[in-house]
Design a protein around this ligand. Structure first.
Ligand code: ADQ
Length: 492
């Protein structure tokens, strides 16, 4: 197993004098004023920055991200920098401050109403606005400027993250070709039939091909990217190893599924070794014989209404569970400025009301929604006591929650019901896999998970836990850095 210490030593040896820089849209920590006017630091929920905060808090380095908190400026220096001392090691967070209008066009506009639906196969139509696109280009340029301001003459390894920053690799490569640039695309890459509708598809691909190395969670995302690139640009594609040559610059591509911090989660859980379902009763007032849990931002890619319909069909088909089975949804609202998210929120609450009304008993109803983030250690404790973890995403790059549930659950008691359409389904193939669009078979799968014998659960969870322990976040980070540096050095 690769440890945090292995990563630290690897970075020291491999990066040498290069600075370690991470570019990511959302900062992992924001500063806000609380009700008494005091400035407090809050940890943000979300996939990519949870991972990258986990890496930088071990290695140290610089993270460049957009400021979100209303007191972010007050605590930063004149260049927007602040030291993060939450992890084992300090790292510097450099905040980019955007005007409201810039943020709206960049984030709620192009990133989340054009690219997000374009890349997820979930039948939500992307919207392409020239005004949003122009701002997207501008904000990518601001990231490039902020990074170069910090680098001055230094050389660096730059780890760029996700669909918000597709143009940044080329912008940096053009200013300084010697930079080692790796890009991790955390969401799916669509097929050519879908991607070709984007008016700025060439610019997006050209932007990404400024990287020395690009990786995705799954191999079919890599294949889709290559097909799209071939259709749009004059490129040479090599297969051993997979790489694309465009205008004299080679970019290597590999699928590299993200791992999570197995050790840290296990250590956190030791605090809750005697936890039982009373913690759910205490925190949410819910008493349940069979407890299922789902955790995510409210997002149409996560299949939340489908999950409720699966529960509805399950209770209809297996009425012996009425009064015994309870589902808790920990689902903070997100991206509420976007109409598709507002209507999803309405749909989700209406559906939960309808199902609850249908089955409610005097002191029991099947679905409870908690619309807030919860501290991560508490989250793992809830996973530990839940009999069922439910991940029903309609399309998802990876889905870290699925992995967090498997690490946290009691091996002979818990079982994950997992959508086949998540990147996580490859590593977690001993979970009960479902097609969330198929309500009938998914309701049966939920029944199968609930009634599975403790021996079978133990066998399956042990195998999955071993896989997660082996392929952890540190191994992922080492592979990502190694690939980027090697490929960059081969180019020189
Ligand atoms: P996301 O779409 O944000 O990530 P996910 O991978 O599930 O989704 O990560 C969410 C993270 O936020 C998890 O660590 C989870 O524990 C935490 N979280 C979610 N809701 C929470 C809540 N209510 N309270 C506290 N914590 C909460 C994107 C891609 C994914 C990919 C990741 C990483 O969409 O496919 O897995 O990046 O690459």
């Amino acid at each position: 197993m690769t440890t945090s210490q292995d990563l630290i030593e690897f970075v020291k040896k491999t990066l040498g004098n290069r600075k370690f820089v991470v570019a990511i849209q959302s900062e992992p920590y924001q500063h806000v004023r609380d009700a008494d006017g005091e400035i407090v630091m809050q940890k943000m929920a979300g996939g990519a920055h949870v991972l990258l905060d986990g890496v930088l808090s071990q290695t140290g380095g610089l993270m460049v991200a957009i400021a979100r908190g209303n007191a972010d400026k007050q605590v930063a220096d004149e260049k927007g920098r602040i030291e993060i001392t939450e992890g084992e090691k300090n790292y510097t967070l450099k905040r980019i401050f955007l005007k409201k209008n810039e943020f709206n066009n960049f984030y709620f506009g192009f990133a989340n109403q054009a690219l997000w639906p374009l890349c997820h196969g979930v039948f939500v139509k992307p919207i392409f606005s020239k005004e949003w696109w122009d701002e997207y280009v501008e904000v990518n340029q601001k990231f490039a400027d902020a990074i170069m301001e910090e680098l001055q003459d230094e050389d660096a390894f730059i780890w760029i993250n996700d669909y918000h920053l597709a143009l940044l690799p080329r912008m940096l490569h053009e200013v300084r070709p010697s930079l080692a640039i790796g890009t991790f695309w955390h969401i799916p890459w669509p097929t050519q039939e879908l991607f070709r509708i984007c008016p700025w598809r060439k610019e997006i691909i050209k932007g990404l091909l400024g990287s020395d190395f690009i990786s995705f969670h799954r191999d079919y995302h890599v294949s889709n990217f290559i097909t799209c690139t071939r259709a749009e640009l004059q490129v040479m594609v090599d297969t051993e190893p997979t790489s694309i040559k465009y205008e004299d610059h080679d970019t290597k591509l590999v699928n590299l599924p993200a791992g999570i911090d197995y050790e840290k989660i296990s250590n956190t859980l030791s605090k809750y070794h005697s936890a039982d379902k009373k913690i759910i009763k205490k925190d949410f007032g819910v008493n349940s014989e069979i407890l299922a849990i789902g955790v995510e931002r409210v997002d149409y890619t996560k299949g939340i209404p489908e999950r409720f319909q699966i529960i509805d069909r399950f209770l209809e088909k297996y009425p012996e569970y009425i009064g015994k089975f309870t589902y808790i949804s920990i689902a903070p609202l997100s991206r509420q400025q976007i109409p598709a998210y507002k209507s999803l929120q309405r749909e989700m609450y209406d559906l939960a009301d309808k199902i609850n009304w249908r089955y409610a008993l005097e002191d029991w109803e099947p679905i409870h929604i908690i619309d807030d983030t919860v501290p991560r250690d508490k989250l793992f404790a809830y996973f530990k006591v839940a009999d069922i973890g439910m991940v029903t995403a309609l399309d998802d790059g990876m889905n870290l929650v699925a992995k967090e549930y498997v690490i946290s659950c009691k091996p002979d008691k818990g079982m994950l019901v997992l959508s086949k359409f998540t990147g996580a389904a490859k590593d977690l193939n001993k979970a009960v896999l479902i097609n969330p669009y198929d309500l009938e078979s998914s309701a049966d799968a939920l029944y199968e998970a609930i009634t599975m014998s403790p021996d079978e659960k133990l066998k399956r969870n042990t195998l999955m836990k071993e896989t997660l322990k082996e392929n952890n976040i540190y191994k992922w980070a080492v592979k990502f850095i190694r690939n980027t540096i090697q490929w960059n050095e081969d180019e020189e």
